[in-house]
Ligand binder design. Structure first.
Ligand code: DX5
Ligand code: ZN
Length: 327
């Protein structure tokens, strides 16, 4: 997994389709963060690729998360098969005639990430009715159907940054994906729009090109774009960096963890090597994602001080009770 902020999701559409198992192992070895699976039914788009069965056979070939991009007219009809195939996220298109909402709910109820993609001509406002059901917004910067097309810079300019707002309900973990024409020439631009996940296809499968170097280059350029356009020149916070929010006795640590997680921010509770409590158990550290630290402090800063006071009172009560028992 890359150290920076941007994630690379490798599309295998332009790989040797007679050997997809080799393609997924190759992109994993090259350091991609995910595999992007372009499913086309020859109806929603004028091309036919592969379906749930192929994905199911590919699943055991790599540990990488599978992002399914369903360019099919009836995703609801086949959704169980894609869940069963082991897709970690499933993104369908908002332009389909079939009802979108039940399928998004189905994906989420299965504990996977649900996404909606918009074609270049479709406004972001088309996603608003489903905003609360989304973990992923995928902005197409080519007409869906084929790899190797030219990047639509105006579409990216219009949609990538505002796409974040569609995910405003998600305190943490919402992802803006860009798909189509992403390569070393366009990576910095999409990074500068705050894009989280860059789908890269043909640019990785260019003959004679070192795929690992391409992945590192595109990711670094995207983070560079983010750093200088959106982050005042400061390097982006690595996505998987965790910081300590506080340390508390176990029972209080559980309580505060539940409160923070109820707001959609993951917490890792770890026995700390810090303070020993009168019950013989050390405090527990509450670790939160560094990229969400400011929001956690905003929401729970005052509660943290209150918990610290409660912890102190509990320690005193425990010590006094123990002393009176030993007398
Ligand atoms: C196109 C697909 C894309 C495509 C990207 O419809 O959704 O994922 O494979 O390939 P490149 O990066 O070559 O545009
Ligand atoms: Zn795609």
């Amino acid at each position: 997994m890359g150290a920076g902020r941007a994630r690379i999701s490798a599309s295998i559409l332009d790989a040797d389709l007679s050997n997809l198992a080799y393609a997924v192992r190759r992109v994993e070895k090259a350091g991609a963060d995910r595999v992007h699976l372009d499913v086309m039914d020859g109806h929603f788009v004028p091309n036919l690729t592969f379906g749930a069965k192929t994905i199911k056979h590919l699943r055991p070939r790599t540990e990488l998360p599978f992002d399914a991009h369903l360019m099919i007219s009836e995703p609801g009809r086949y959704i169980e098969e894609y869940l069963d195939a082991g897709c970690d996220s499933i993104t369908l298109h908002v332009e389909i005639e079939e009802a979108v909402e039940p399928t998004l709910r189905h994906i989420r109820e299965a504990g996977r990430a649900a996404g909606l993609a918009v074609k270049p001509k479709t406004p972001l406002s088309a996603l608003e009715p489903y905003a609360e059901l989304l973990d992923i917004v995928m902005v197409m910067t080519v007409e869906p159907g084929f790899g190797g097309q030219s990047f639509m810079r105006d579409v990216a300019q219009d949609k990538l940054l505002p796409a974040r707002d569609v995910l405003r309900h998600k305190a943490y973990g919402g992802e803006v994906h860009v798909d189509g024409g992403v390569n070393r020439e366009t990576a910095e631009f999409v990074g500068a729009q705050g894009t989280d996940v860059l789908v890269v296809g043909s640019a990785l499968f260019v003959k004679g090109r070192d795929m690992g170097r391409e992945v590192r280059l595109i990711r670094a350029l995207a983070d560079e774009g983010y750093q200088f356009q959106l982050n005042d020149g400061r390097p982006p916070i690595p996505r998987d960096r965790m910081v300590r929010f506080t340390a508390l006795p176990k029972h209080l640590a559980h309580e505060l963890t539940d409160t923070i997680e109820a707001g959609g921010i993951p917490v890792i509770m770890l026995r700390s090597d810090g303070r020993m409590n009168p019950d013989g158990v050390r405090d527990y550290d509450l670790l939160v994602p560094a990229s969400a630290e400011a929001l956690v402090v905003e929401r729970h800063g005052a509660a943290r001080d209150d918990y610290d006071r409660r912890a102190e009172a509990w320690r005193e009560t425990f010590t006094t009770a123990a002393e009176s028992r030993s007398r």
